[in-house]
Ligand binder design. Structure first.
Ligand code: ADP
Length: 230
């Protein structure tokens, strides 16, 4: 089953040239996809289209059961329930504890206190941070902060986890730990689509590789390699 489908998708930011040019891409439920390519190629832009941070300029885009070309503003939060998003810089709420950061993702979609109390410790256990529940982000290492961000992203059991350079700020060893976690999440059935510059990871933990250059898909390989010198 296709969970993500792009047909002739183009994106042009206002006052800029076209950054994505006629992309065709189908991702099946449960796949793990690396998005690679030089800086400025359009990887982040493609991910932003998927979580409706940016609008498609031309073509058709479907994510889960949502036609993103027709999505109304008020439907964006509903789409986001099917998605988890993780960034290079974690984007945690600094005034909230680890528990509160994760709980917040459930509160905004109207989950009960009781469900939250049950689920948040479960997901923090899964990422190995139950014992840091009461800490604040600034008291955690980068790797730990990324684990919290991942916990927050998966707490509502999304069908798709979108990760934009999730290991970009981390030491190699910690990056591997984060990858093990993403693997585990993928093995549980969540589709993962991840932009990365980490050639070692791509060449070792083999998955589908989609390469973008100057806004076009130039390569799409099952168990592909990174393919660039870094
Ligand atoms: P990548 O993630 O592969 O590094 P991006 O998607 O961030 O690439 O950027 C692709 C191109 O789009 C770049 O030329 C970048 O400058 C441009 N771009 C990104 N965001 C915006 C924006 N909000 N407004 C205008 N141009 C943008």
């Amino acid at each position: 089953m296709a969970i993500i489908e792009l047909r002739g998708v183009s994106k042009k930011y206002s006052r800029s040239s076209t950054v994505l040019r006629g992309l065709d891409l189908t991702v099946s439920l449960g796949e793990f996809v690396y998005l690679v390519g030089p800086s400025g190629a359009g990887k982040s832009t493609l991910l932003k289209l998927l979580y409706a941070e940016e609008k498609v300029s031309k073509g058709h885009l479907r994510v889960a059961r949502f036609d993103l070309t027709k999505l109304k503003k008020k439907q964006v939060p509903i789409l986001r329930r099917s998605l988890g998003v993780v960034f290079q810089d974690y984007k945690l709420l600094s005034q909230k504890t680890v528990y509160e950061n994760v709980a917040f993702a459930m509160e905004v979609i109207g989950k009960s206190k009781r469900d939250i109390k049950k689920r948040v410790p479960q997901v923090l256990e899964m990422v190995g941070l139950k014992h840091k529940m009461r800490s604040f982000p600034k008291q955690l290492s980068g790797g730990e902060q990324q684990r919290v961000a991942i916990a927050r992203a998966i707490v509502n059991n999304p069908k798709v986890l979108i990760a934009d350079e999730p290991t970009g700020n981390l030491d190699p060893e910690i990056a591997w730990e984060i990858m093990q976690l993403l693997e585990k999440i993928n093995l549980h059935g969540t589709t993962v689509i991840m932009a990365t510059h980490n050639s070692q990871i791509v060449n070792t933990l083999r998955h589908r590789v989609v390469a973008i250059e100057e806004g076009r898909i130039v390569r799409d390989e099952e168990e592909g390699d990174y393919g660039y010198n870094d």
